[in-house]
Design a protein around this ligand. Structure first.
Ligand SMILES: [Zn+2]
Length: 196
């Protein structure tokens, strides 16, 4: 290998074996001393390039992980539901516990049509997530006050009129449906969302 004096730039041809990995050498011309390494520039460059690739990959993975945890959290929670407690701790969970929708302003009323009694049910379906959501069907069934499910005869499914099928974050849609010949007393509506 060629060793160059850093002081006077005098060149020497030296057996790499005689240096080993590194050795203190002295220039015969100017007397300067320095630690000469047998790692030549190209090896160092290769090493440097490999390190750069490793670190780039490492930071890329860190970025991907953080990105998916924070920005795709609904998808992450679907795959890994117990992570929602992590989001709660981090203050990233919404107040609805990660639900996509809530039903609000629910009201009922009675109407008589063709001598039959109907109970109308009206409410708003609100997208509380921070993603666009497909509007689900709403399955309404009735329970009595002891939480026993009444005959499935009273079950009714509300499907949104599909002029638009998606709700943006914080967007809501009013739903209204009628249940025929329901008993008057002690009714509790059990409302489920059927997200397809
Ligand atoms: Zn020298």
């Amino acid at each position: 290998m060629i060793v160059v004096c850093p002081s006077c730039f005098c060149k020497y041809s030296v057996q790499a074996d005689s240096i080993g990995q590194e050795k203190l050498v002295r220039c015969a011309m100017c007397g300067a001393t320095w630690r000469q390494s047998t790692l030549d520039g190209s090896t160092e460059k290769k090493q440097h390039a490999q390190d750069l690739i490793k670190w780039t990959f490492f930071w890329f993975m860190v970025f991907v992980t953080i990105f998916s945890l924070f920005f795709a959290k609904n998808a992450v929670m679907k795959i890994w539901p117990s992570i929602s407690s992590f989001y709660e701790m981090a203050g990233l969970q919404n107040e609805y516990g990660g639900k996509a929708f809530v039903i609000q302003n629910l009201s009922n009323f009675f109407v008589i049509k063709n001598d039959a009694l109907y109970m109308g049910l009206k409410g708003e379906l609100l997208n509380v997530s921070n993603e666009v959501q497909s509007i689900p069907s709403i399955i309404i069934s009735l329970k009595d006050d002891e939480n026993v499910k009444k005959d499935s005869h009273y079950k009714k499914i509300w499907n949104h009129n599909p002029t638009y099928k998606k709700l943006l974050p914080n967007q809501k849609v009013v739903f209204e449906t009628e249940l025929q010949s329901v008993p008057y007393n002690n009714l509790i509506c059990d409302i489920k969302l059927d997200v397809l």
